[in-house]
Design a protein around this ligand. Structure first.
Ligand code: NAD
Ligand code: LMR
Length: 338
């Protein structure tokens, strides 16, 4: 039998946590034959609620669930983990931008970055979900200098899935028929959902580009982009709570692809550490880009795409927002520690 995979989920008592732990424990992410040890972290005030999640997980009687740990102790939670899914953070409410959460959440990711550095395996793969996800991920990576920067990612798969679903809805097909959408930049309203390199397969017809199939450049350059950019806010307005089911699904997609690899010829979108070598994006930002992932879990940026002037302007706008968030975050954290 395969060696167990130890997966930490922070914010386990929250709404995303509740939707996320079942598919992980059920083998929907790492495979049905792969034993998993699920570690659930939340703050001390929420530990009773986490215990309730544990009771339910036990009652699911899942064959791949080898072990469960519920804790509010950071050292216990981060020790020897293979994957860290960092969800625990304050969500935004109606009328807020995600970057308004920076001050509320930056300290969490500073502490958890240090915990990764001190207690986790150097091979741990980290997915930051708590908002503002890109900048929180950068904080965690900076605070964990002993772990390679390529092991730190943030979630833009939800935006990627939203982009695919919008195109599919427009064409009356299902989202799996849409390939190679890209989310560039920040998981915020400046993100750039780009389908200029995407393709669709409609029925028996040969694959064609999304631009050819949709035949409506005004929509693709207008409402399509703003709908994806503002989808999180639309959900908050309707539910009075931020996305949870779709966020958990996107987290599973992200981790599954990072573990097993992307399907042949298809990239996905992940917020990754920018080395300054790709698409003229500044170094030391977590910036979403198209990546292929191999079956060993190593990703490679698709770096050969042509970029139009209009795309360039959008990619730079979201990079500039990330530069400003980085500045705000580290100024704030330095002020706290002095
Ligand atoms: P929630 O309020 O339902 O749950 C958050 C949980 O985190 C709570 O149980 C809270 O006690 C816990 N928590 C707070 N501080 C913690 C800490 N230091 N350590 C461990 N746990 C801690 O929120 P939610 O709806 O589950 O959302 C969680 C975060 O995910 C929010 O920041 C939200 O904005 C973000 N989010 C991101 C995406 C994305 O695509 N990147 C999508 C949806 C939500
Ligand atoms: C989302 O995109 O749904 C989440 O980031 C929650 C939010 O604040 O929009």
């Amino acid at each position: 039998m395969a060696k167990e995979i130890k997966v930490l989920v922070t914010g386990a008592a929250g709404q995303i946590g509740y939707s996320l732990v079942f598919p992980i424990a059920n083998g929907d992410v790492f495979g049905k034959d792969q034993p998993v040890h699920v570690v659930l972290l939340d703050i001390p005030q929420m530990i009773e609620a986490v215990k309730g999640v544990v009771l339910e997980l036990q009652d699911c009687a899942l064959p791949s669930l080898k072990n469960i740990t519920a804790t509010s102790d950071v050292q216990e939670a981060f020790t020897d983990i293979d994957y860290a899914i960092l969800v625990g953070a304050m969500p935004r409410r109606q009328g807020m931008e995600r970057k308004d959460l920076l001050k509320a959440n930056a300290k969490i990711f500073e502490q958890q970055g240090k915990a990764l550095d001190t207690y986790s395996k150097k091979t741990v793969k980290v997915l930051v979900v708590g908002n503002p996800a890109n900048t929180n991920c950068l904080i965690a990576a900076t605070c964990a200098p002993s772990i390679p920067k390529k092991n730190f990612t943030c979630l833009t798969r939800l935006d990627h899935n939203r982009a695919k679903a919008q195109i599919a809805g427009r064409l009356g097909i299902t989202a799996n028929c849409v390939e190679n959408a890209i989310i560039w930049g920040n998981h915020s309203s400046t993100q750039y959902p780009d389908v200029s390199h995407a393709s669709v397969k409609i029925g028996d017809k040969p694959k064609q580009s999304v631009v050819e199939a949709v035949k409506d450049d005004a929509w693709l350059n207008g409402d399509f982009i703003t709908t994806v950019q503002k989808r999180g806010a639309a959900i908050i307005e309707a539910r009075k709570l931020s996305s949870a089911m779709s966020a958990a699904k996107a987290i599973c997609d992200h981790i599954r692809d990072w573990h097993f690899g992307t399907p042949a010829g298809q990239w996905t979108s992940m917020g990754i550490y920018s080395t300054g070598k790709f698409y003229e994006i500044a170094e030391n930002l977590i910036y979403s880009m198209p990546v292929y992932i191999d079956d060993q879990g190593c990703y490679k940026v698709e770096d050969g795409l042509s970029i139009s002037d209009a795309s360039r302007a959008r990619m730079d706008a979201t990079a500039n927002e990330l530069l400003a968030e980085r500045n705000d975050a580290f100024t704030f954290l330095q002020g706290q520690s002095s």
